[in-house]
Write a protein that binds this ligand. Sequence first.
Ligand code: NAD
Ligand code: DAU
Length: 339
Amino acid sequence: MAALFEPKRIIVTGGAGFIGSNFVHWVVDNQPDVHVTVLDKLTYAGKLENLEGIPAKRMAFVKGDICDAELVDKLFADADAVVHFAAESHNDNSIANPEPFLRTNVQGTFTLLEAARKHDIRFHHISTDEVYGDLALDDPARFTEETPYHPSSPYSSTKASSDLLVRAWCRTYGVRATISNCSNNYGPRQHIEKFIPRQITNIISGIRPKLYGDGKNVRDWIHTEDHSSAVWTILTKGEIGQTYLIGADGERGNIDVLREILAQMGKQPDDFDWVRDRPGHDRRYAIDPTKLRTELGWAPKHTDFGEGLRETIEWYKENTAWWEAEKAETEAKYAKSGQ
Ligand code: NAD
Ligand code: DAU
């Protein structure tokens, strides 16, 4: 394990989105000596209200674009570290219109790396298991840090590109960087375009849930709070130049997740529609988190998926004002692609 890195002033890009905002709350709740500056453009996926309740002395919010080199330069001059979550994050959107993914995920990461290089600040890059492509349903293998990159979608190929930029800036320019590749997150404040919140909010709205293809695709679910604690562990204890896979042994078939949501919300197992499959749909993701667990001593807290799902369903029931205004538009977008 590397010597403990103890940042006092961190920048969190994408801190008004789903995982970024959960991370900011986690840092404020668990690291009393750390000040956070959130840099977020507030795209359709970012909401300032995601950061409500955080005391002004613990956090500053800057509305801005990670591609804005002048702004990034100014912010990095006064920070110890950046944790880079900002991205276009949804596969279906990347299939409909890849351009914003190239801009934010590739050009944006490049802009941040150049500023980190200039100001010599620590860089933690948030990435995804999707860079490794997919596994067959009957393959016992899981992704490790050594698995070759093989991305399938416009989204995952831009995330893979950004990972490679981080590796190159680390090796060539000595940027003090680490990378984490995490599996599918669930929990509060996830945009309703994503699988779990889409189905929950469909049921609340009287719309039938929608399952792509044959429903057998497997995702490896982790609660977003466990992602936060893993990122903090890597930022403070990880070794420069290293990649760490984050996962919580949460493999489940999409149809099984949907049937659990239906059961918990008082519906019948077949109360859903089969819809058109996603083009290029990855079959299965699975993370082997041995390196993170053994080298850095991290472990997840949310090991009961049914319980995590119950709390997530409650959150969407109790916070209808958070999502209701976007529901019709989100479903209209899916209807256009037959999904
Ligand atoms: P999200 O779409 O909910 O949030 C993205 C945030 O980034 C939003 O607040 C948005 O306003 C901001 N943003 C987008 N473009 C920006 C720009 N150009 N400048 C500044 N801010 C910008 O995404 P998420 O699901 O929270 O994912 C966050 C990160 O985690 C992404 O890098 C994603 O690739 C990665 N990741 C996500 C998952 C998952 O299951 N959702 C799993 C592994 C890794
Ligand atoms: O694996 C990590 C990735 O997980 C992250 O990098 C991405 O940012 C994040 O969006 C997520 O990608 P997925 O494509 O796996 O997530 P999504 O929620 O879009 O879909 C999960 C699975 O559910 C996938 O197999 C497609 C399927 N699906 C999705 C929707 C929206 C459905 O069957 N019906 C749906 O309505």
